[in-house]
Design a binder for this molecule. Structure first.
Ligand code: HEM
Ligand code: HEM
Length: 179
């Protein structure tokens, strides 16, 4: 399979970025929603630690993915697809890149504002973005939560559209993101 995208399909590198990050991000959403609802105990703290380090990994990966994307063409849409659908698909993709930067950065900032350092898998500690600040922590917690809900809404539209193309329109939109 081609490493680069072609006019017909996504290449191997774009597919790897897409599916590895989709798994990571869906995992982070599930763990995030679950961990905030737990009473304070060792399991909750363990999940917070995991959520934070895997979230930082997403931030690093999205930066590489965006650089890669700038070097690539996008596969063309089928002729039957109306303009509004192409625009909607592109807008959701742009929104995803926004969320994948804004979520980890707000999470990192909220950890710094809570006075809790962010360790990257025990290899090193991320620098604090802001000093401890209770009011800022509360604000950033809300920002992070609503960004998470926004991402979930975008994901619902994205997956719904992908499945509709595959099972109803029976075109190759989903297949070209698969090996
Ligand atoms: C793409 C990456 C990320 C996603 C999708 C994500 C998603 C979420 C979600 C859905 C929640 C639950 C919000 C709620 O219902 O209140 C949450 C909570 C949280 N996230 Fe993230 N997150 C990401 C990255 C990060 C990073 C990198 C950090 C820190 C370094 C972080 C720190 C936190 C913290 C501390 C909470 C708990 C906030 C509280 O106690 O209310 N997140 N995250
Ligand atoms: C949080 C998880 C996900 C994120 C962040 C995400 C993000 C993206 C982005 C940014 C693109 C544009 C191509 C690129 O820049 O790489 C894309 C394309 C695509 N995604 Fe996802 N995706 C996710 C989950 C899924 C899932 C679960 C499916 C399958 C049901 C899916 C199916 C597709 C398809 C078929 C395309 C190609 C669409 C086209 O050519 O317009 N994605 N995705």
């Amino acid at each position: 399979m081609e490493l680069n995208n072609t006019a017909q399909r996504y290449g191997l590198i774009s597919q790897l970025f897409h599916w590895v990050m989709a798994l990571l991000v869906i995992g982070l959403i599930v763990i995030g929603l679950y961990m905030v609802r737990l009473p304070i105990n060792a399991w909750k703290l363990k999940l917070y630690g995991l959520h934070k380090e895997w979230g930082v990994l997403v931030l690093m990966m999205v930066a590489l993915r965006l650089l890669w994307r700038f070097t690539q063409i996008s596969p063309e849409y089928p002729l039957h697809m109306p303009l509004w659908q192409k625009l909607a698909a592109k807008s959701v993709h742009v929104a995803f890149y926004f969320f994948l930067f804004a979520l980890p950065i707000s999470g990192w900032m909220l950890s710094s504002a809570s006075g809790l350092p962010v360790s990257f898998f025990g290899l090193f500690v991320m620098p604090d973005l802001v000093g401890p600040n209770q009011a800022l922590r509360e604000l950033l917690t809300q920002v992070h939560k609503w960004l998470g809900y926004g991402l979930i809404a975008a994901l619902g539209a994205h997956v719904g559209a992908a499945l509709q193309h595959h099972f109803i329109h029976k075109d190759d939109i989903l297949r070209r993101m698969l090996p």
